[in-house]
Design a protein around this ligand. Structure first.
Ligand code: NAD
Ligand code: MG
Length: 334
């Protein structure tokens, strides 16, 4: 089949058709083809025209938002991610795995052969069930555990349930996040500030404490931080502080756990097209031009970050710990 770039782009956010998907990531690539043969089967993709660009349709949703109600639909790699057994036998917990960057990581982990638990808020059940429906029957476990991470006892219970369902844990992805745009510090309510701190700082602390006694040497912990840690926007005063805390979490914990053989790394996204942004994370007027000021002149898609999570979890990255990997379309500072 010949590549049709326009067609590829058209299908990308409507759920890639299976035939087109084979063009995006050729299974033959995993088989080890190289040189000219690979070029034919895995054509170059220009990142500039791979996905929709601003202006995006104006939209808002109540928190926590559903990826399945976004327009255009985000691409989490549902049809395009093809694994090659890099994480076979591994056991992963991904918070915020129902949608966005967490969903993309969960799909990639599962397709690489890992058993995966996803956590999310009960209101996100429709998104979570899409992930379960997509991945079940592919030969690995996919387990959905709803619950609110601002509750310490739930965080502890989530780890217990994960251990019971998967029979262990060796990839922990602290990815869930709360982001509420406020134009002034005077507009930030106690409740909102508390939700930001609890979700983004306390939950990873509680989950990590509960998980650590069960993580064998070789395990990987991955945190999702943000460009906001390095270059905070004026409207994300509280959120940006939590993302800086996530960087410190990675850098400190990596030193602490290195001697135990446990690696700790972070992913620092720039603007990515996810539910977080349409349910209060950005001012709706600004979301229309989301990502326009990056060198790629568009927002990233969750699928474009998935391979970073796989790389950080993989045994192959055994000398990488305490690192922050950027995916910001040309900006950012990690
Ligand atoms: P998303 O909305 O798809 O995912 C965030 C998830 O966090 C939600 O799906 C939800 O399940 C979870 N969550 C929030 N509050 C929770 C709570 N109290 N209990 C349980 N789960 C809760 O959006 P996303 O952009 O994929 O966010 C994932 C991570 O990426 C976040 O940590 C976010 O800070 C980070 N990030 C996103 C961007 C971006 O532009 N989208 C940029 C930088 C960093
Ligand atoms: Mg969600």
């Amino acid at each position: 089949m010949k590549e049709d770039k326009n067609m590829t782009r058209r299908h990308a956010l409507k759920g890639l058709g299976a035939s087109v998907a084979t063009l995006v990531v050729s299974p033959a690539l995993a088989g080890g083809d190289s040189g000219a043969a690979t070029q034919k089967k895995n054509p170059l993709e220009n990142p500039l025209d791979k996905y929709p660009k601003p202006p995006y349709p104006k939209q808002t949703q109540p928190h926590p938002g559903l990826a399945s109600k976004m327009e255009p639909l985000p691409d989490h790699g549902e049809q395009s991610y093809v694994g090659s057994g890099r994480l076979r036998g591994r056991k992963a917990l991904v918070t915020g795995g129902d949608s966005g960057i967490g969903r993309a990581a969960a799909i990639a982990f599962a397709r690489e052969g890992a058993d995966v638990v996803i956590n999310y808020l009960p209101a996100e059940e429709p998104d979570a069930q899409q992930v379960v429906a997509l991945l079940q029957g592919e030969g690995h476990k996919i387990v959905a555990i709803p619950g609110d991470l601002t509750d310490k006892s739930f965080c502890e219970n989530l780890v217990e349930q994960t251990l019971a369902k998967l029979g262990g844990l060796d990839i922990l992805v602290n990815n869930a996040g709360y982001q509420k745009s406020n134009l002034s510090i005077l507009d930030i309510s106690e409740e909102s500030f508390d939700a930001t701190m609890k979700t983004n700082i306390y939950a990873p602390f509680w989950i990590t404490k509960a998980a650590l006694p069960h993580l064998p040497p070789g395990s990987a912990i991955i945190a999702t931080t943000s460009v906001q840690a390095y270059d905070p926007s004026e409207n994300l005063f509280d959120y940006a502080q939590t993302k800086a805390a996530n960087v410190a979490y990675v850098k400190s914990l990596a030193k602490q756990l290195g001697p135990k053989g446990i690696r700790v790394n972070g992913v620092s996204p720039g603007p990515v097209w996810t539910a977080l942004q349409v349910c209060g994370g950005q001012e709706p007027d600004k979301l229309v031009d989301f990502g326009k000021d990056t060198p790629l002149a568009r927002a990233g898609q969750p699928a474009e970050l998935a391979s970073i999570f796989v790389q950080l979890a993989d045994n192959g990255a055994s000398f990488s710990t305490g690192q922050i990997y950027g995916a910001a379309g040309g900006g950012g500072h990690p």
